[in-house]
Design a protein. Structure first.
Length: 265
């Protein structure tokens, strides 16, 4: 086809800019291979990639307290020895990490003053990470709303949350109500997608001001007379699995057995 050069490239300047942009793009693609890879295996150009194993209070020149955060990362990263064994070099140099004593770290975390906190999706893959998570739970003496979704939690019976009114523990590995933390002020409790098989231990919540309970996608949900049994155990409960208490959820009073006896003379 006889096509003029002006029809293909309207101006020399635009043609040059197109070349420069394509050259820059190809250069960036080539340079991506020289950067470290993230956890997903995809090359990353983010400058914060070297801090991915650090909690916020270990970053230099940082004075943010735990009570100022809503979704902090508390899962500790692997040790330097483990990273060396993995042949990863993602930890920043020691001089870039502000070394604090335990008392300064304790004050900066400030968990005792937290009222709303989301510790979901922490990825607690190692025992020392679970231990650090439990350490933080023991300090939450004033938290009122707490989310612990999808943390592979098994047993929190040793923890006590004296002020907690809203607790979300969906998508964990609880098998019994006896594994719940001590929650004397609980009003709204969500335990969907756990492995709770029986309603044994549910009576421990009878002395609490519990108003709503969610047990969806637990094995106990498929028991006969499931709703009647829950409301019978928790008479003050107003909502179960997102449905308000219905008249048929309350068992009728038992009829006197002697009234059914037919006397024949």
């Amino acid at each position: 086809q006889n096509t003029s050069s002006q029809e293909i490239h309207p101006s020399n300047s635009s043609y040059a800019s197109d070349l420069s942009e394509s050259h820059t793009g190809s250069a960036l693609l080539r340079n991506r291979t020289f950067y470290s890879r993230s956890d997903s295996g995809i090359s990353s150009l983010l400058p914060s990639d070297s801090f991915k194993y650090l909690t916020w209070h270990k970053v230099e020149q940082n004075d943010i307290q735990g009570s100022q955060l809503r979704c902090p990362r508390v899962r500790e990263g692997p040790s330097a020895e483990e990273l060396f064994f993995r042949q990863e070099c993602t930890l920043p140099p020691r001089k870039r990490v502000l070394e604090k004593n335990k008392w300064e770290t304790w004050l900066q975390e400030n968990w005792e003053d937290c009222t709303n906190l989301n510790l979901s999706f922490q990825g607690l893959g190692d025992p020392y990470q679970v231990a650090n998570f439990n350490r933080i739970l023991r300090r939450l003496i004033r938290v009122e709303t707490l989310w612990l979704v999808d943390n592979s939690l098994v047993d929190l019976s040793a923890a006590r949350l004296p002020s907690c009114r809203v607790l979300n523990m969906n998508k964990n590995h609880l098998t019994s109500f006896k594994q719940l933390p001590k929650i004397p002020q609980i009003q709204h409790l969500s335990l969907a997608e756990n492995h709770i098989e029986t309603l044994a231990g549910l009576s421990s919540l009878r002395c609490t001001p519990l108003e709503s309970l969610t047990l969806k996608r637990n094995p106990c949900e498929f028991h006969q007379n499931y709703r009647k049994r829950v409301f019978s155990c928790l008479p003050n409960l107003k909502m179960l699995d997102g449905i308000l208490k219905l008249p048929q959820d309350t068992s009728p009073p038992e009829t006197n057995i002697f009234s059914k006896i037919c006397i024949v003379s």
